[in-house]
Design a protein around this ligand. Structure first.
Ligand code: AMP
Ligand code: ZN
Length: 476
């Protein structure tokens, strides 16, 4: 499999450190608010990567942190701790906020068929590990104390800016965020490992340490949690593209300084979900959640389908119009699969054909996780010269990775209506497809087209009625 690696800036052949095994680390959410659907785009694509590696036969161990301390309002060392901000907003304690939004995050993940990683570790549960690593960094001369805080000294590294070709000046945190530089820092790019002093001294959670009563910086948590569970050689590190700098850059700096050799070989970054007014972000206050999509009547898996239709290394623009198109396409796809069900029960799987049609899917995924082509491969299955059982098996296999519940949706699309109306599945699939097309026409205010579809159905002996529970149909 080839994967784009942000570190080498090219598609690299994926070769894990230990043959057959993959260690994978994902930066988890900062649990001071609901995850927005942009965050969840990253987690969906990371989930697809994990599932595809498993599909390809690897034994994967995946670890995720939960950021419940240390992530300041800027991604650098300025501003208030996001958790504290959330707690104040809701007049609760930091731990109450953390528990509430962690549970909400995993509920969203469940609705989107995102598998829970093998290990999920809140940062507040690993304070001893952070203290140990910081102690070693101080002993090795990679860290220093200034003004009560412990800083990582980036000048001790051969190369600090590992992910990009930008001018160091442009990327230095103080400059980038347009805020006052921290005069304790020896170099602009240095970052905090442990805070005992900050402008915001009402920090709720603090721990004793050899460096004083305080709390860890955000970056150290991912290095330590990853190494605690996955050891000194990490195969894949994932996150959204905004994490590449400074978060992942700092993770690499401190991890490699600590272990003394290369740490993680492949860096997988998912590009952003944007709206017409720019990147969707929690701190902007206005953002879309899975619950909101559900309230508006969307199946969360339609959002997953929408994400899979694009490549993870391209920005994706969210609009309801785009989501509606995905909903229509999903419904049509399900209807076409449903139409295979009756024949599928009568035929049996042709193993040679199955392997042949699944190859297009694997080729797409092996090429830097091209889910957009993988979705096309699903449509190719429908057109393939194969019997229905073989097609259904191919779709079931692909769906272990794509996780769109295609077969169960197809079953439920036909079953109740079939019983109710006594119509065969193929006819039901066609009717559903026409009803979806009519809904789409109405949404685009193309009422002539909507009426034409109603007439077309009527000419085939099907009468439709709009009800508060959706469109009903019956044979006349
Ligand atoms: P956070 O909860 O802010 O720590 O972010 C959780 C994950 O979502 C990180 O991997 C971020 O890089 C990622 N992320 C943040 N905003 C977006 C966005 N608009 N689109 C895709 N991923 C995002
Ligand atoms: Zn991280």
């Amino acid at each position: 499999m080839k994967l784009y690696n942000s570190l080498t800036r090219q598609k690299d052949e994926f070769i894990p450190h230990e043959p057959g095994k993959v260690s994978m680390y994902t930066c988890g959410p900062t649990v001071y608010h609901f995850a927005h659907i942009g965050n969840l785009r990253s987690y969906i694509m990371e989930d697809v990567l994990e599932r595809y590696l498993r599909y390809a036969g690897y034994d994967v161990t995946r670890v995720m942190n939960i950021t419940d301390v240390g992530h300041l309002s800027s991604d650098g060392d300025t501003g208030e701790d996001k958790m504290l901000k959330g707690a104040k907003r809701e007049k609760k304690t930091v731990l109450e906020i953390a528990k509430f939004y962690t549970d909400a995050f995993f509920e969203d993940c469940k609705a989107l068929n995102i598998k829970t990683p093998d290990v999920v570790q809140p940062a507040t549960g690993c304070i001893d590990e952070f203290i140990h690593t910081i102690t070693v960094l101080l002993e090795k001369g990679y860290a220093y104390e200034a003004g009560g805080n412990i800083y990582f000294d980036t000048s001790k590294l051969k190369q600090y800016y590992v992910f990009n070709d930008f001018e160091e000046e442009d990327l230095a945190v103080g400059v980038r965020e347009g805020v006052e530089a921290d005069s304790n820092k020896r170099n602009k790019a240095d970052f905090v490992l442990w805070f005992t002093k900050s402008k915001f001294d009402d920090q709720e959670l603090k721990w004793d340490s050899p460096f004083g009563l305080g709390y860890p910086g955000w970056h150290i948590e991912c290095s330590c949690i990853s190494m605690k569970y996955l050891g000194e050689y990490l195969d894949i590190h994932c996150g959204g593209i905004d994490n590449a700098f400074p978060h992942h850059t700092n993770e690499i700096a401190q991890s490699e300084a600590y272990i003394g050799h290369e740490w993680c070989k492949y860096w997988f970054h998912v590009h952003h979900l944007n709206t017409n007014s720019g990147k969707m972000s929690k701190s902007k206050g206005e953002f879309l959640t899975v619950s909101l999509l559900k309230e508006k009547g969307y199946d969360p898996l339609v959002y997953r389908f929408f994400c899979l239709q694009s490549h993870y290394r391209k920005g994706l623009v969210f609009s309801y119009e785009n989501l509606d198109n995905a909903a229509t396409a999903y419904k049509k796809l399900v209807a076409r699969i449903a139409s295979l069900l009756p024949e599928g029960k009568k035929s049996s799987v042709d193993a040679a054909k199955l392997a042949e049609i699944k190859k297009t899917f694997a080729d797409a995924m092996d090429n830097d996780l091209n889910t957009s082509l993988a979705v096309t491969a699903l449509y190719d299955v429908l057109k393939a010269d194969a019997n229905a059982a073989t097609k259904l098996q191919a779709i079931a296999d692909m769906d272990t990775v794509l996780q769109l519940n295609l077969l169960s949706a197809a079953e439920s699309a036909t079953e109740p209506q079939k019983e109710e109306n006594g119509l065969d599945a193929q006819l039901v699939a066609w009717i559903e497809e026409r009803i979806a097309a009519r809904a789409n026409a109405k949404k685009q205010k193309n009422y002539a087209e909507a009426d034409a579809i109603r007439a077309e159905l009527l000419a085939s002996g099907i009468e439709i009625t709009d009800t508060k529970d959706g469109v009903k149909y019956k044979k006349i």
